[in-house]
Design a protein around this ligand. Structure first.
Ligand code: OAD
Length: 309
């Protein structure tokens, strides 16, 4: 317990320190897990471990490929060839987003307080597409959705936009029931045509593998990273580039706080030794670490009010 307290004291100091003026947050799926959304890579519970390719509408060959590499279900080449695996995989997520089925977690609220209480949040880079960060009061321009977001729909080929409500009602109704004997089998989506180019390539505005990141990511990185005093890495495995490049693009003088239930980013240079001069690991659940930090910073009442909203 003393060991943990010493670590927590060090975190609190980092945040309140005068020398720490600019905080950049890099978040991933782990911060939304407690709201009920699975992450991608956790063993047994992550999307890639629980994915059953045989239930996705794809050729047998594609199913076998997806079985070997589940990220292929979210690959641009695969989507252009056959949009259904991606749409099927994301259907409950798309509809859940429209229904606001999930709520911001304590970790989201903690980042909110870096802005409202400390005024030090320069930018929140999130790889998440769940939009939970938009439930906070953080100004939109402080958030970069590195992998796009679910709350809008556009054509992957020509970029034409479609009202998200209309897209969702098509997702809801463009379904053939193929459940048959297998109660777990999902019904089969049908593709959604683009109103402009007529390709069957309408999808939520999420970034697929092997497609470009929003320009905003690159522009903001150039602005933010040279000034960053503290990079907080929360709930991400740091496996996907270029989002993970923030880790080594911040100046050598900036500190890095990893809030994650496993050690991540060692190959990117994060140092988990006790005597590390720039890296600190808050191990365990992000919500718990955020709660502990909030307690030490005297923010618990604010956190409780926010969690009730
Ligand atoms: P991952 O699933 O790869 O990593 C989530 C990390 O959070 C893992 O290290 C988990 O151990 C950790 N974790 C899970 N729950 C946690 C909790 N409650 N508290 C603390 N840590 C927890 O998710 P991302 O790193 O976000 O991209 O994945 C990056 C990208 O890969 C995603 O944006 C997505 C995916 O393929 C695209 O789809 C383009």
């Amino acid at each position: 317990a003393d060991f943990i307290r010493a670590y927590l004291a060090r975190h609190t100091d980092l945040l309140e320190e005068d020398m720490c003026q600019s905080i950049v947050v890099l978040a991933g799926a782990g911060i939304s897990v407690s709201s009920g959304i699975p992450d991608f890579r956790s063993a047994n519970t992550g999307l890639y471990d629980t994915l059953r390719p045989e239930l996705l509408t794809a050729s047998e060959l594609d199913q076998a490929l997806i079985g070997d590499d589940p990220t292929l279900a979210l690959d641009k080449g695969m989507f252009l060839e056959n949009p259904l695996p991606c749409l099927e995989l994301k259907r409950s997520f798309i509809l859940g987003t429209q229904e606001r089925r999930w709520r911001a977690t304590l970790a989201h609220r903690f980042v909110e307080m870096l802005h409202t209480k400390l005024g030090k949040l320069t930018r929140w880079y999130t790889q998440n597409i769940d939009g939970l960060e938009l439930q906070t009061s953080i100004p939109r321009e402080k958030i970069v959705n590195v992998h796009g977001s679910m709350g809008a729909a556009a054509c992957e080929v020509c970029g034409a936009e479609m009202d998200f409500g209309e897209f969702c009602s098509k997702i809801r109704t463009n379904i053939k029931d193929i459940s048959g004997d297998d109660a777990e089998a999902p019904s089969q989506s049908t593709p959604i045509d683009c109103p402009r180019c007529n390709n069957p390539t309408m999808k939520p505005t999420i970034v697929l593998f092997r497609s470009s990141l929003p320009k905003e990511f690159h522009v903001r990185c150039q602005q933010d990273l040279p000034e960053c005093d503290l990079l907080i890495i929360m709930g991400t495995s740091l496996t996907v580039a270029p989002a993970n490049s923030l880790v080594y693009r911040v100046p050598m003088t900036s500190l890095r706080l990893v809030m994650n239930n496993e050690m991540v980013g060692r190959r990117l240079g994060i140092d988990y030794e006790d005597d590390s001069v720039r890296d600190v690991w808050a191990s365990g659940y992000t919500d718990q670490s955020c709660l502990d930090l909030s307690e030490r910073l005297g923010w618990l009442d604010d956190l409780a009010t926010m969690a009730d909203e």
